[in-house]
Design a protein around this ligand. Structure first.
Ligand code: SF4
Length: 333
């Protein structure tokens, strides 16, 4: 069966004006797609451009100082960048919904959970209040609230962090969106609650048939949830592969560094490796490979020109001079 693409991002560039004459290239020409029913994770440190990618898809970039300057974002074949704000308002929460790291930033403290979760049903699906309430209580049950009728009348501050995140998931899923964008959905939660929320998201994905774009810095979350992974560094995609391929056969030195900084159950190591240095600021990327100042394999040619993203092995793309598309790597000695 041919995969059906639900989201197709091509050549996306999002920039910010910094001071009078500096431009921060937060997202600098990225391409990736998500198939129907698929979970794709974008992974990278903070400053890699992953959250700006999510906000660009939702068209929630604060403007000014931010602006999408190039590219296309097709959701189910329609370019969201050609939409008017009115069309985007009709799309957000209906065709594409977002789950944020801290639910209190998106749950309004002065409205009950019921009012907020039912709002998309009233606004987008034009349901009457009685039917919207019925469906909201069903959704609250579905995301695991045992006393859903009571939760319907409660306010966000009456719930724990994990319960608020469940309410956010209910709100995001209430209109059965084609795509859910989850930006670090479990980062603010306790470890045990994190696992429950990830399980819930995957379970709900199965039930609703939605696709998920998972934005995370946590490779543990990637391993548990994703089908494919996009590794971002300094506004660009540096590696892209299936989750299995990426964990078994990582190619880009940045990906290898991220994996080495992750605790492994089978290895008893005293100290985890870390990647030296930091992601460069988006208004002053180094010339050539942007990872070069932190890369232990860096050589002269790395700083001469920006390496291209090349297919190196089946459905495995990498942006590094050590890989030329042969699938075998390039000898640099
Ligand atoms: Fe390292 Fe060079 Fe590859 Fe960049 S291009 S990741 S500096 S080896």
């Amino acid at each position: 069966m041919k995969n059906e693409t639900i989201l197709d991002v091509k050549g996306l560039k999002t920039q910010f004006q910094v001071g009078k004459n500096k431009i921060a290239k937060a997202v600098d020409g990225i391409d990736f797609h998500i198939n129907k029913g698929e979970t794709v994770a974008i992974v990278g440190e903070s400053g890699s451009g992953k959250s700006i990618t999510a906000l660009s898809i939702m068209q929630l970039i604060p403007s000014p100082p931010g602006k999408i300057v190039e590219g296309s974002i097709e959701l189910d074949g329609k370019d969201l960048l050609k939409y008017t704000e009115k069309q985007m308002v009709a799309t957000r929460g209906n065709d594409v919904a977002m789950i944020f790291q801290e639910p209190m930033t998106s749950l309004n403290p002065v409205f009950t959970i019921g009012t907020q979760v039912s709002e998309p049903l009233i606004k987008h699906k034009k349901l009457g209040k009685v039917e919207a309430k019925k469906q909201t209580i069903e959704m609250l049950k579905l995301v695991g609230f045992p006393r859903a009728e009571q939760i319907y009348h409660e306010y966000p501050h009456q719930l724990s962090g994990g319960m608020r995140q469940r309410a956010m998931i209910a709100m995001a899923l209430t209109c059965a969106p084609k795509l859910i964008i989850a930006d670090e959905p479990t980062t603010a939660l306790d470890v045990t609650i994190q696992a429950q929320i990830l399980d819930l998201m995957l379970d709900m994905k199965k039930k609703t048939g939605s696709s998920i774009l998972m934005i995370t810095h946590d490779l543990g979350v990637v391993a548990e949830t994703a089908d494919r992974v996009v590794v971002m560094y300094a506004g660009q995609v540096v590696e892209m592969a299936s989750v299995k391929e990426l964990f078994v056969n990582p190619k880009h030195p940045y990906t290898v560094g991220l994996l080495n900084s992750m605790p492994k159950i089978e290895e008893d190591v005293e100290r985890l490796e870390s990647i030296p240095g930091m992601v460069p600021p988006a208004h002053s990327f180094p010339q050539g490979c942007r990872f070069a100042p932190r890369c232990k394999h860096a050589m002269d040619k790395c700083t001469e020109a920006l390496p291209e993203l090349v297919e190196d092995g089946k459905n495995h793309e990498v942006r590094c001079v050590l890989f030329d598309g042969s699938g075998k790597g390039v000898s640099h000695v």
